[in-house]
Design a protein around this ligand. Structure first.
Ligand code: NAD
Ligand code: ZN
Length: 390
């Protein structure tokens, strides 16, 4: 089959690879109908994630049709149309039972590597390096889905792929980011990053009772989307002192809730290579550019919340933890517990409360994936979200 493979920093190619097969009774094989490129994939493109190997199949946002099921999968049958969460979860362990699906204790076969790096292992993930299980991703014609009796959600035939695909990641991710804020009615929520995750965080902040949303980015069309579709007030961080403006907009108090929907950019380090690169990228961007998380902690009002859906890899330096402590902030973060949100967020699509396809700007064939990555990486051609069909 054809699949998009990682071959090193800034080097992804569509290759012919071996078809996936059932390896365990709880597996299913999905024929992918639509898949997307995520900001998290860019961290792999940038070489921030150690434990990638040349030839690894990328992609963790995908949906499709069930073409084969293992003997232990009773809830799915061949022909079912499903969307698949990007985190792989057993549904049975201590963490899954608590609804902490992205912390699943049993789905990462390479848990020892992860535990060495992080103290304990998070769940396995599709297409996200060997540390997180080495699972082939869904930017491919077919994909093996482990624990298929737990993850995949059957979707109603009346809804198009583009309306349900993002249940796999960015829609729940934006929603959990806002939920993690503990928004109280009328709160001011500031969202750093108007990429796809930021866009869903903005919409979710309104759903959860925000009285005002302020969105921060530098890319004009992303700011425009945050304004038009997200009804947010916006700040371009190239043109204004974000900290100063946020305080002025909130009577000097700072936003009640702050969301970092940016994550690893030039400032975190996952490997020696990345350290070197970090220096280069930082020089390119200008070293005076404040780190998002630092800015969020400093701007957040006393007793407020900083929620971090943005992905960080490895170490992160010079975070004003003293400010966070002394201001009594709450900080919440994590890979999204996607399984938790599938049904309630699907319901919002069915009732028309949200149509997640609003974020799509580009539709490509899988064969054009490398071009899609480049465009999304460089934010060219007004690219906000790329979906692809194998
Ligand atoms: P993206 O790269 O498209 O968006 C990031 C945006 O941040 C860009 O528009 C960029 O211009 C903006 N930005 C960069 N520096 C900034 C600054 N200093 N201030 C304000 N904005 C700034 O990516 P995305 O798909 O929207 O994903 C965003 C983050 O969420 C990534 O780190 C991704 O890995 C992460 N993510 C996390 C989860 C999770 O489970 N927690 C799931 C999906 C994605
Ligand atoms: Zn993603």
């Amino acid at each position: 089959m054809k699949a998009l493979c990682w071959h090193g920093k800034n080097d992804v190619r569509v290759d012919t690879v071996v078809d996936p097969r059932i390896q365990h009774p709880r597996d299913a094989i999905i024929k992918v109908t639509t898949t997307a490129i995520c900001g998290s994939d860019l961290h792999l493109m940038d070489g921030f994630m150690p434990t990638m190997k040349s030839g690894d199949v990328l992609g963790h946002e995908f949906m499709g049709e069930v073409v084969e099921v293992g003997s232990g999968v009773m809830n799915l049958k061949v022909g079912d149309r499903v969307v698949v969460p990007f985190t792989i979860s057993c549904g049975e362990c201590f963490f899954c039972q608590k609804g902490l699906f992205s912390c699943c204790d049993t789905s990462n076969p390479n848990w020892e590597i992860a535990a060495k790096a992080m103290g304990q292992s998070p769940a396995g993930m599709f297409g996200y390096s060997h540390m997180l299980g080495g699972f082939a991703g869904g930017q491919a014609e077919y994909v093996r889905v482990p624990f298929a009796d737990v993850g995949p959600l059957k979707v109603p035939s009346g809804l198009k792929d583009e309306q349900v695909l993002f249940l796999s990641d960015i829609y729940p991710t934006g929603y959990m980011a806002a939920e993690n804020c503990g928004i109280e009615q009328g709160d001011t929520v500031a969202v750093w990053g108007c990429g796809p995750v930021g866009q869903f965080a903005i919409k979710s902040a309104w759903m959860l009772g925000a009285g005002r949303v302020i969105a921060i980015d530098r890319v004009p069309e992303r700011l425009r989307m945050a304004e038009a579709s997200g009804k947010a007030e916006t700040l371009n961080f190239d043109n204004v002192d974000v900290h100063d403006r946020l305080l002025r907009m909130t009577k000097g108090r700072g936003p009640d809730r702050c969301i970092d929907a940016v994550g690893t950019e030039a400032h975190s380090t996952g490997s020696l290579d990345a350290v070197v690169d970090t220096v280069k990228v930082a020089a390119h961007l200008g070293t005076d550019r404040p780190h998002v998380l630092r800015q969020a902690i400093m701007a957040c009002r006393k007793g407020g919340t900083v929620s971090i859906p943005g992905v960080y890899v490895g170490l992160l330096d010079k975070i004003p933890f003293g400010a966070a402590m002394n201001k009594g902030l709450t900080m919440k973060m994590g890979q999204t517990h996607v399984h938790r949100y599938l049904k309630p967020l699907l319901e919002k699509v069915e009732t028309g409360e949200i149509d997640p396809s609003f974020v799509i700007t580009h539709r490509l064939k899988l064969s054009e994936a490398a071009q899609g990555y480049k465009m999304f990486r460089e934010k060219k051609d007004e690219c906000i979200k790329v979906v692809m069909t194998p």
